[in-house]
Ligand binder design. Structure first.
Ligand code: G3P
Ligand code: CA
Length: 245
């Protein structure tokens, strides 16, 4: 058993500091180093497949160009999602959410699926994701988050079972009122809020998970504050820091 102070380590886009973000190799690395959770981002293709990558366009993290919403799953699968990061990862593919759910279904890891529907409000994304999570029996270990808070309300209306988290970079006054008013269960906040002296009070009312914490000194500070989770691109580093306390 992994003994620690209660703060879980979530690998942000997998172990994305050392591996190409949002790929199976970055998720496997996160698992291998002992992360308790993985955070990833999802979009919807032209033919309705839920795929895992961060941006609305494929340009930054693949060898292709254009919007995800204009491509089919088959076209997405032809792209290389590893070589932009390093030649070592040439051939890495964009995973579908289904592939990740299949992979994680026999592991006791949390999965934070960020619905990337704040810039493009993909029609039917919530329903598809919820259905898949239910099909894999993962409702208890999945957290759905989004910067699109209307989408979280929709998730809560469709499925009372899957937990949702309000994702924001805003500094909210007494955020637990807002979080609860949406039917969400947690706050996913930015570094600046997490490092402020406001976070301790919020953590008394709702679980607070902070992103993206890569610096060791900040990790120590937030571990001491006993936040519910730290999301980091360097899960191995965070786990080492946590076990040194
Ligand atoms: O879910 C936390 C964090 O991932 C939100 O920001 O841009 O890294 O998806 P971003
Ligand atoms: Ca994200």
């Amino acid at each position: 058993m992994n003994l620690h102070n209660g703060t879980l380590i979530f690998a942000h886009r997998g172990a994305s500091g050392t591996h190409p973000e949002n790929t199976m190799t970055s998720f496997e690395k996160a698992y291998e180093v002992g992360s308790e959770g993985i955070e990833l981002d999802v979009h919807l293709t032209k033919d309705g497949e839920v795929v895992v990558l961060h941006d609305e366009k494929v340009d930054r993290t693949t060898d292709g160009t254009g919007f995800v919403q204009d491509k089919t799953e088959k076209e997405m699968k032809q792209l290389d999602a590893g070589v932009w990061f390093s030649q070592k990862y040439k051939g890495e593919k964009i995973p579908t959410l289904q592939e990740v759910l299949e992979w994680i279904s026999n592991k006791s890891m949390r999965l934070n699926i960020e619905l990337k529907n704040d810039l493009i409000p993909y029609k039917g994304l919530e329903e598809k994701v919820i259905q898949m999570v239910h099909n894999y029996g993962l409702s208890d270990s999945v957290i759905l988050s989004s910067f699109n808070h209307y989408s979280l309300v929709k998730v809560n209306q469709i499925s009372g079972e899957i937990k949702t988290a309000v994702l924001t970079t805003d500094i909210l006054y007494q955020p637990w009122h807002y979080v609860k008013s949406l039917g969400a269960s947690a706050l996913h906040c930015s570094r600046s809020y997490a490092l402020s002296n406001m976070v301790a009070e919020a953590q008394k009312y709702i679980p607070v998970r902070a992103f993206t914490i890569n610096d060791e000194t900040e990790m120590k500070e937030l571990l001491a504050k006993r936040l519910s989770a730290l999301m980091t691109d360097f899960p191995e580093r965070a786990i080492k820091v946590r076990s040194s306390l």
